[in-house]
Design a binder for this molecule. Sequence first.
Ligand SMILES: *Cc1c(COP(=O)(O)O)cnc(C)c1O
Length: 385
Amino acid sequence: MIKNYLLTPGPTPIPPRVLETMARPIIHHRTPEFQKIIQEVEEDLKYVYQTKNKVLIFAASGTGAMEGSVINLLSPGDKAIVVRGGKFGERFGEICKAYGIEFTAIDVEWGKAVDPEIIRNILEEDERRTTNHERRIKAVYTTLCETSTGVATDIEAVGKVLKNYEAALVVDAISGLAAMPIKTDEWGVDVCVSGSQKGLMIPPGLAFVSVSPKAWALIEKSTLPKYYFDFKAYKKALTKIDTPFTPAVNLVIALREALKIIKEESMDVIFDRHKKMAFSVRSAVKAMGLELFSPDAYSDGVTAVKVPQGIDGEKLVKTMRDKYGVGIAGGQDKVKGKIFRIATMGYITPSDLIVCMATLEAVLLDMGYKFQLGSGVRALEETLK
Ligand SMILES: *Cc1c(COP(=O)(O)O)cnc(C)c1O
């Protein structure tokens, strides 16, 4: 018999209070009962996003909202900047490519964060060379927490840079929202993209975007093809407390409960808790002689660790899962087998981390890695207090 623990950066575990709400009989979405839920969820999402802007909800995984933030803001011939420092930054580039959008890629070494000055230089150069305002760079696509590398981007600093330019700031906060600070309005984030299965503690299937007045102005002019993800349709429906298509009713109901839990705890307490847990994980792996993959720009939601020499990284992750039921994530693409990732987001708690670290030690010991047994758990427990 195996008991399962999930410490992956999405999907994340779901609190029982949230799970229970999903077992209730379905209700119809065009009813006063569901309208009340939409209103509540909209208000609480604004609290989590720290925004006064509308937050739109889609029945999709996070990538749907990423695609939406490209096809709604841009038109054929428009230019954009895409920060690519991992799999998810690259995804924005792939979406732009799919729609024929020309973009300047900022390729950041995996494990490092983008220097906002590079963004400033590109925008400045574009402003100098492009006298026609309509032809200037329209949007900058960035990632708050690059889940594939464990890197956090200083979005506040990027926002400061963009304040002096016409381009809209789009942030993929799918794994960052509710795990680390993102102040949508204060930092000047025009479109903040998120998803349900990470810090928000509900199953996959919902995606969100907040949209600023500056972004709505771009949306009004956008002529790229769109239908299901047409932000204007969602805005129009939301004005009437409605949805343009059938919403994922039970997921929205689950979201209401998860947002209640979040409000009860409060954003500041949530951020402190995540920060502390991520610090403890870093302390623990370092005590075991392991190296962080992104030592200079780590996220509070997920920690990426280098697989030590001579150890099979894929086997490590597989053994933890299959023998002990402890799910962590391996590396993707070019860091496959070279890193493993431990999430500290959403309903992942210190007790999960203790189980995870003890299991990591047990498996590494078994695989022949030389370290002081107990050193990771010890450092974890000393810093978790
Ligand atoms: C999980 C994740 C995504 C992808 O979301 P899906 O729900 O799988 O479409 C995109 N960006 C980041 C940063 C993520 O962590």
